[in-house]
Design a protein around this ligand. Structure first.
Ligand code: GAL
Length: 414
């Protein structure tokens, strides 16, 4: 009996270690936070293209739930710093990539790979720039998201005889009209904190204009600017119109309020479009969109990219994954489902719906402003301080103190 027991233990150990050995060669671990409606569907499309083109590999999908990486980012940093990176991971182009991963030398430059694949000139330059440091490209841009979008339920707006607002005055008039009829005007889901900052940054872009907004992140305009006061005043007014349970919902929960006819508007990045589609909502029939008032001609930009960590367990597998991310085929499989537009210039426009085509047009003409809430404009630590300050503001609504706190936090960096 005893001998059989020992043999069984030996055999299972051999099996476990044997399998792990084989698995390492074939498996490619991909880390992201894409688990919500639309997000996960898009990721699975991309994984399908990868596994079809590289049948020798199998993806281990290590997604950690929580919009905008609310939980995933901390897990990722711990893994990277602890020397336990995945093969490739989702990271925002801009400050998040640079300060968190490139500066501490945790990423491998990818210029040689882009040259080898012949893709060097296929990307939008401004987007590729967000992955570039000292001439080295550290991640492959998969998409371009827009954050300053005001989404609405088309039927509800029509039922109340209202139209999508084009200015803040109009917005508050429409909000008043809805509220008087017992309808929640604006859905917010700030359980994960960033959606409040997301809303605020769109107001900042509106009151400051693209030039001054961008100058904030160069330290050329301070947070004591009157445009910041104005943005806080607008946010203060807006809070009177949001759903009472906003602190217990995430972004998807807020978007769902529109689908369930419990609220009319929500301000969210266009991953919300991916979510609407995942519940079979049709553009212009079920959901409509416009830019957040005051931000027409301004494209608040976010790019999701994938990089190759130093010490990735399966670098060949990671390279194959990155080639898929960089390819037209990969981008055209992922983006029409995700609610984003491709980072490549030569994607097939016909595969994108009416909303995404309008986003492509705006992107090519508009002023670009990077998002704070999604890591492009400022380092992680500043973003996190801003999240604290703005979430506190949602409760205490103290404009003066909040502005001072923003100014204080920013002055440590710029
Ligand atoms: C953003 C990310 C998007 C989407 C969104 C919500 O930060 O860039 O791709 O995933 O978060 O989770």
């Amino acid at each position: 009996m005893r001998k059989i027991g020992l043999l069984a233990i030996f055999l299972s150990l051999a099996l476990v270690f044997g399998t792990a050995g084989i698995a390492e060669a074939n498996e490619v671990e991909i880390f992201s936070w894409w688990t919500a409606g639309g997000e996960e569907d898009a990721l699975l499309e991309l994984i399908d293209v990868f596994e079809e083109n590289y049948p020798e590999y199998e993806v281990i999908n290590s997604a950690v739930a929580g919009g905008a990486g609310a939980q995933a980012k901390a897990v990722m940093i711990t893994r990277m710093v602890g020397g336990n990176p995945p093969d490739s991971f989702q990271v925002h182009g801009g400050a998040e990539l640079m300060y968190t991963y490139v500066e501490p030398e945790l990423m491998r430059p990818l210029n040689d790979l882009l040259e080898e694949w012949g893709y060097m000139d296929n990307f939008n330059e401004e987007i590729l720039e967000m992955s570039t440091h000292d001439g080295n490209i550290y991640s492959i841009p998969l998409n371009v998201h827009r954050s300053n979008v005001l989404w609405y339920n088309v039927d509800m707006l029509e039922e109340h005889g209202l139209e999508a607002p084009e200015s803040f005055d109009e917005m508050f008039e429409v909000f008043d009209a809805l509220q008087n009829e017992g309808v929640t005007p604006l859905a917010l889901g700030d359980m994960n904190r960033w959606p409040a900052l997301h809303l605020f940054e769109t107001y900042l872009a509106a009151t400051l204009g693209p030039e001054n907004y961008n100058a904030l992140w160069e330290g050329e305009v301070g947070f004591d600017h009157p445009g910041v006061t104005e943005a806080l005043e607008l946010l203060d007014r807006t809070i009177d119109y949001v759903n009472t349970d906003h602190a217990s919902l995430d972004w998807q929960g807020a978007a769902e309020l529109l689908v369930e006819e419990q609220a009319v508007f929500t301000v969210m990045g266009d991953w919300a479009e991916g979510y609407f589609r995942s519940v079979d909502w049709e553009p212009n029939e079920d959901y409509g969109w416009t830019t957040v008032p005051g931000t027409e001609g301004n494209f608040m930009v976010i790019t999701d990219t994938f990089g190759l960590p130093v010490g990735a367990p399966n670098p060949e597998g990671a390279e194959a994954w990155l080639e898929t991310v960089a390819s037209v085929e990969g981008q055209d499989a992922f983006n029409p489902v995700k609610g984003s537009i491709p980072a490549r210039l030569d994607a097939d426009r016909d595969q994108y719906n009416v909303y995404l085509q309008s986003s492509m047009d705006d992107f090519s003409e508009d002023a670009l402003t990077p998002s704070i809430a999604h890591g492009s404009a400022a380092p992680e630590a500043l973003m996190s301080s801003f999240e604290d300050v703005i979430n506190e503001f949602i409760t205490d609504r103290d404009i003066e103190t909040t502005q001072e706190q923003l100014d204080q936090a920013a002055s440590e960096y710029f």
